[in-house]
Design a protein around this ligand. Structure first.
Ligand SMILES: Nc1ncnc2c1ncn2[C@@H]1O[C@H](COP(=O)(O)OP(=O)(O)O)[C@@H](O)[C@H]1O
Ligand SMILES: [Mg+2]
Length: 267
């Protein structure tokens, strides 16, 4: 269980995350929603300590992770794999090697330097790629793959890391609808088949509703909504995004279907 207690992060005068308290149950699939600048990315980065808090703490299975250093911090980061909008793969390396990078934290230094991966690691990497229909690409240079394929490689890399938690920061923001579904399905599979807790920042409310069993809505660094997908009514959505169809933002009309993404997204 992951317990976030009164967590805040300021950047100068700006409060990016403001007194957030949440308890995340093991095995849940939590969507963090809210408009750009709401503090979603900062919240995820606080959890794996890419960013340190200004106040408050994060406790995982009784251990305060906010002050971990050295090996303990590296171990914690291995337990919560991060997935980024821009994939963060090494483009000039082949797919298999990128996935094997997920094994680094469990590989002795000299062997990882020489890329002497064990047969077990290789089998695990190939199996992870198979899970997401990517085994056929194992020998290809990663930069030759489409965005959706690269994100599935990134998810395979996260999986071989054998994390307790996956933190996904707008993993589908640069993908087309078909790849969006493939990538969200991959996250759902990891959550369902391996019981890995998933925290996923999403811009689309419809995706959040379709895939998550709990939604946390943020606005100006604070949690303004916390509930199930069915609790997210129009009033809450309006509060979260502060606009409605027909509103005029910076001279541009908000599209009527802003929150109505195509049916292809439905799980
Ligand atoms: N490293 C940083 N330095 C200064 N300000 C930051 C930094 N990271 C985030 N912020 C600010 O904190 C606020 C929340 O940002 P972010 O967590 O990226 O929101 P979101 O992911 O919801 O778009 C924004 O106003 C952003 O400009
Ligand atoms: Mg963000």
């Amino acid at each position: 269980m992951l317990v976030i207690e009164d967590l805040s992060r300021r950047f100068g005068q700006k409060s990016a995350v403001e007194r957030v308290s949440l308890t995340i149950e093991r095995g849940s699939f939590v969507g963090v929603i809210g408009r750009s600048g709401a503090g979603k990315s900062t919240l995820l980065r606080l959890l794996n300590r890419l960013v340190d808090p200004s106040a408050g703490r994060v406790v995982y299975d009784g251990v305060d992770i906010t002050h971990l250093r050295g090996k303990a911090l590296r171990d914690w980061r291995a337990r919560c794999a991060m997935i980024f909008q821009q994939f963060n793969l090494v483009g000039r390396l082949d797919v298999m090697t990128n996935v094997l990078m997920g094994r680094l934290s469990q590989t002795p230094g000299h062997r990882s330097l020489l890329k002497l991966w064990s047969a077990e690691d290789k089998a695990m990497a190939l199996s992870a790629l198979e899970q997401f229909d990517m085994a056929g690409f194992a020998a290809q240079r990663t930069e030759q793959l489409s965005g959706g394929q690269q994100q599935r490689v990134a998810i395979a890399r996260a999986l071989v890391q054998q994390p307790d938690i996956i933190l996904a920061d707008e993993p589908i923001a640069s993908l087309d609808p078909r790849n969006t579904k493939l990538v969200m399905d991959a996250l759902a599979k990891i959550n369902r088949d391996y019981g890995i807790t998933v925290l996923c920042n999403l811009h689309s409310l419809d995706l959040a509703r379709a895939y998550c069993n709990r939604l946390v809505g943020m606005s100006a660094g604070r949690v303004v909504f916390d509930g199930g997908p069915l609790d997210l009514n129009d009033d809450v959505s309006r509060e979260l995004y502060g606009l409605e169809a027909g509103d005029v933002v910076e001279g541009e009309r908000v599209e009527e279907n802003r929150f109505n993404t195509p049916a292809v997204y439905a799980a």
